[in-house]
Design a protein around this ligand. Structure first.
Ligand code: C5P
Length: 222
């Protein structure tokens, strides 16, 4: 970035999947690679922000310029780390694919296969990090991600409203885009506006996203 559009600001970025343990050897996870979130963290650092990166289980090196990194595993751990980091931040970008459910209990020993019937796992809903942040009286500028397989625009705009966000970055998953892919394409929505960021590498898209976040942040918090 030629212009340090986020200089003087603290930005927290969450990235990657979460893993919810079933027993000592098994978990429920998802296909998020963490690459989009790590690219966003790098772009925010390039824009001059002091960046805290809260990373789910990924095998990615910390991007250049990122000041702090906290590695977590479960949604509950991610929420605790985000809450701790966000206290002093002006902007939170939730790029992590947080698991919506976790097993109601974690078995202490490896579950054994039972003959005959299938296995039913009881799941409990995880906290929604963005919704909980949005409910706080003093809250950072909130940016969410929405990865959808269909009806992207409708789901994204609904999520923007329902979660009380300042901006949402939506992308279609599949067809060589999104999860596990090098390229992505994003549609950005905020209250009263939207813009399409066409297919590009995740680093380039992250830089464009950060430019729009900075612009909307300045407009919302003059
Ligand atoms: O509703 P959905 O999971 O699609 O929303 C995605 C957005 O919400 C992402 O920004 C994600 O980081 C955030 N999220 C969250 N906590 C959850 C689930 C999703 O912060 N438990």
């Amino acid at each position: 970035f030629a212009r340090q559009v986020l200089r003087g600001l603290k930005v927290v970025v969450s990235a990657g999947p979460t893993y919810e343990d079933i027993d000592p050897v098994r978990f429920i996870g998802n296909r998020s690679s963490g690459r989009m979130g790590f690219a966003v963290a790098e772009a925010a650092a390039q824009a001059g922000a002091e960046v805290s990166l809260i990373a789910g289980p990924v095998s990615l090196p910390t991007p250049a310029g990122v000041a702090h990194r906290v590695d977590v595993r479960s949604a509950a751990q991610m929420q605790a780390a985000v809450l701790e980091a966000v206290g002093q931040a002006q902007i939170y970008i939730g790029a992590a694919a947080v698991g919506d459910y976790r097993p109601a209990s974690v078995a202490e020993q490896k579950l054994k296969k039972q003959d005959g019937d299938g296995l039913t796992l009881k799941l409990t809903q995880n906290p929604d990090i963005l919704v909980d942040l949005s409910a706080q009286t003093v809250r950072p500028f909130l940016v969410g991600f929405a990865a959808e397989t269909h009806d992207v625009a409708a789901y994204a705009q609904d999520k923007l409203q329902r979660k009380g966000l300042d901006m949402i970055a939506a992308n279609l998953v599949g067809g060589g885009l999104g999860f596990e892919a090098a390229d992505n394409a994003l549609s950005l929505y905020w209250p009263g506006g939207s813009i399409e960021l066409p297919r590009a590498g995740k680093s380039e898209l992250a830089r464009q996203l950060i430019a729009h976040v900075a612009e909307r942040y300045r407009a919302a918090r003059p």
